[in-house]
Write a protein that binds this ligand. Structure first.
Ligand SMILES: Cc1cc(Cl)ccc1OCc1nc2ccc(F)cc2n1[C@H](C(=O)NC1CCCCC1)C1CCCCC1
Length: 232
């Protein structure tokens, strides 16, 4: 049984990324807002676009703290952000949904989201993903590293130097793998389960354009930043 040990450098890397991840969370708590009141499909759509716009902005700030990211080709940095923004948004939504809440709150939140205006066909895959993320009971370091691994996906469209991105992603995957072994010693396959979620995340994110177009209302308005990111 090989002894898994996180090196000093990996410890430092994990701290930088986790601190940055915790610093860069969207300001107001969308879950609290949704629990406070029931909104119309129009109001919910506006809330989503506001939350999504500010989340993309904090995602950009977060990536500046990923060691090595700013040394990548500048156009590749943009391609990685554009290619991972929707996945990062669903991953963040899943983490917000899975947070420990007073009893009964998660059920109310789920109900509000089901009735928000999202069309029926997407509700099941979305909540299946949220619940599969929740079951993992990730610690914050794992959440921060999983988001980082998602951003550093080499095969995004228009990435020129895929090897450079691959090297960075490998570095993060190595730390994440060791962390999983140390955090979940009874579950040797935990790391593999975690990476399996990224496949589910990519599939869910493929639907995002239809999810927006099918929101139960007319005349969907987007911010310029979301037009860039959401291909709408
Ligand atoms: C991310 C996303 C993309 C598309 Cl296309 C469709 C839908 C969607 O999020 C669904 C979704 N899943 C959620 C789970 C927990 C939660 F508290 C809010 C959640 N939301 C939406 C939201 O505010 N997400 C933001 C969360 C923070 C990061 C940026 C995004 C609210 C918007 C108001 C109507 C009820 C859904």
């Amino acid at each position: 049984k090989e002894k898994v040990e996180i090196t000093k450098e990996q410890q430092a890397l994990m701290k930088i990324i986790t601190d940055a991840y915790n610093r860069h969370q969207i300001p107001q708590d969308v879950a609290k807002k949704l629990l406070q009141d029931q909104y119309s499909a129009e109001e919910n759509f506006l809330l989503l676009t506001e939350m999504a716009t500010s989340q993309v902005q904090v995602l950009v700030e977060f990536t500046k703290n990923i060691p090595g990211f700013l040394s990548l080709d500048r156009e590749d940095q943009i391609a990685l952000l554009k290619g991972s923004a929707v996945e990062a948004m669903f991953l963040r939504s899943a983490q917000v949904f899975s947070r420990k809440m007073p009893s009964g709150h998660t059920e109310v939140l789920e109900e509000r989201i089901r009735k928000s205006g999202i069309s029926e066909e997407f509700i099941t895959p979305m909540f299946n993903f949220y619940k599969s993320i929740g079951e993992l009971h990730m610690v914050q370091e794992e959440q921060a590293l999983l988001t980082t691994v998602t951003i550093l996906t080499p095969d995004r469209p228009y990435v020129k130097d895929q090897q450079a991105v691959e090297r960075l992603q490998e570095t993060m995957l190595d730390v994440l793998r060791k962390l999983c072994v140390l955090q979940h010693p009874q579950e040797p396959q935990y790391f593999a389960r975690l990476l399996g979620r990224l496949t589910e995340l990519r599939t869910l994110s493929h639907y995002h354009t239809e999810m927006l177009a099918s929101w139960r209302m007319n005349d969907h308005k987007f911010t310029p930043l979301l037009c860039e990111i959401w291909d709408v």
